[in-house]
Design a protein around this ligand. Structure first.
Ligand SMILES: C[S@@+](CC[C@H](N)C(=O)[O-])C[C@H]1O[C@@H](n2cnc3c(N)ncnc32)[C@H](O)[C@@H]1O
Length: 226
């Protein structure tokens, strides 16, 4: 799949995830069961969103970069009204097949096709890692626009400060796309400049196959237009 005028990194990331989608989906299908940190953060986030969205206004939550929908489905199980968006058509095919009761769309985070203020929550779980850090301010402004004031953003990523070229993953070689380890303080500052208020920042030392600390940020969309 090619899209006219899109940056090379988007085409490369899409091609990479289209290649690995089926194996990624199978390998990570039960990964949450082995990760108490992920489950704890997702439970906290779901509780915050449910509490803030209990009145009038936006109720939906979007899982951006949803991949095969494992986090989308987990959040639905925690009571959120959630749908998924992903760059990779093959990932969206996996998500639809594995979670037929949920809605999944092809789309991308640097040009979110969501009405302003239309969602109560936005989850970006290990996906801003594929956008060059210089573009993060634009991405976070787009997230802020999509969220209703008071809506909650959840970011998860590998902590650090480096670009890594992915050439082999999930049983495939010959891949060629980038992933970035990111400093949590800088990511939080960029989100604050885009109109978010910090709520919580966590990190934990690597567990299982992880090679670096993992970071999680929860932020709340400030008042104002975004
Ligand atoms: C490491 S996977 C994480 C998938 C899922 N969140 C999970 O935890 O299983 C990264 C996902 O982000 C998606 N992605 C990367 N860049 C994206 C973009 N610009 N817009 C939307 N999705 C993107 C990829 O297609 C891939 O499915």
């Amino acid at each position: 799949m090619t899209v006219p005028d899109e940056p090379e990194y988007l085409a490369a990331t899409r091609a990479g995830y289209d290649t690995v989608a089926a194996d990624y989906a199978a390998l990570l299908a039960d990964a949450l069961a082995d990760n108490p940190f992920d489950r704890a953060v997702l439970a906290l986030y779901a509780e915050l969103v449910r509490g803030a969205a209990s009145g009038e206004g936006a109720q939906q939550v979007v899982d951006v970069g949803c991949g095969p929908g494992r986090i989308t489905a987990h959040l639905a199980g925690l009571g959120l009204n959630v749908f998924g968006i992903d760059l990779s058509p093959a990932m969206i095919e996996q998500a639809r097949r594995r979670h037929p009761g949920l809605e999944f769309r092809v789309g991308q985070m640097t040009a979110l096709d969501l009405p302003p203020g239309s969602v109560a929550g936005l989850v970006a779980w290990y996906c801003v890692i594929h956008v060059p850090p210089a573009e993060h301010p634009v991405v976070f402004s787009g997230f802020r626009r999509a969220l209703a004031p008071g809506g909650h953003l959840l970011l998860a990523f590998h902590a650090g400060d480096e670009r890594r070229r992915i050439t082999a993953a999930y049983g495939h070689s010959g891949l060629a796309f980038d992933a970035y380890r990111l400093p949590p303080e800088r990511v939080e500052q960029q989100a604050v400049r885009a109109g978010f208020l910090p709520v919580a920042r966590f990190s934990h030392a690597p567990i299982g196959p992880e090679k670096t600390a993992q970071a999680y940020l929860i932020l709340r969309a400030g008042e104002g237009a975004g």
